[in-house]
Ligand binder design. Structure first.
Ligand code: FE2
Length: 218
């Protein structure tokens, strides 16, 4: 994926990684991640996924170009990462304190538009097994995000497949993995043969945005 990005003529201002940076619970895996992502010359904003170890991840991402659950201004937009993980569980939950931090940060920001980044999908995927490990308070998350008034989109990972739908004025966008993909609409865990992917998102000054999904075999 990094090789594809480097060879493309599309240049980003920052990278967002929506969790599951590692899978083997080791500090060394974060060193490897930082070595790889440190080569693209961009700020790298990360949120934890269920496979991450918060303490190790925070330490590894403590200094620029890496950022852990941080917020950043970009043009007319605030980009903010939140923690949706529950220790020891595959499924997610956004705590009250994290929702309050989100509300306060967005209310205090001068930017009129916001993009929220989290690991778990706040809406059902239509896949029986994945919908048991989604965000268990997705409805509350969406209601409170809508009430904030500035959130135009929320992006997530976790489900290893594409997703894009409007939910009451907030666009919810999921991006496939940079590794293997899960079969869509599957009752049980199943992989498919889709290649790795990443998404290019362009946040425009008027609060609109453009995005496209890049499959690495195309
Ligand atoms: Fe995950």
């Amino acid at each position: 994926m990094l090789e594809h990005y480097r060879k493309s003529n599309w240049s980003a201002d920052l990278a967002v990684v929506t969790g599951d940076l590692i899978q083997d619970d080791s500090a060394g895996a974060y060193v490897h991640f930082c070595q790889l992502l440190g080569t693209i010359g961009l700020p790298v904003h990360c949120v934890p996924g269920n496979h991450d170890i918060r303490a190790l991840m925070r330490d590894a991402l403590a200094a620029p170009p890496f950022h852990y659950c941080d917020s950043v201004q970009s043009g007319n937009w605030l980009i903010i990462g939140i923690d949706s993980c529950v220790t020891g569980q595959a499924g997610g939950h956004v705590t009250d304190s994290e929702l309050e931090r989100l509300e306060e940060t967005i209310a205090a920001a001068a930017e009129p538009n916001a993009m929220v980044c989290l690991h778990h999908p706040p809406v059902p995927m239509g896949s029986q097994w994945l919908d048991t490990v989604g965000l268990d308070n997705g409805d509350e998350f969406l209601r409170r995000v809508r009430d904030m008034g500035k959130v135009r989109l929320a992006i997530f990972g976790h489900v290893h497949q594409p997703y894009d739908a409007d939910h009451g004025g907030v666009r919810i966008i999921g991006t496939p993995s940079t590794c293997r993909q899960f079969a869509q609409a599957s009752e049980d865990f199943a992989l498919d043969d889709s290649p790795p992917a990443y998404r290019r998102i362009t946040l425009l000054a008027d609060g609109s945005f453009e995005h496209d999904l890049v499959w690495l075999n195309k």
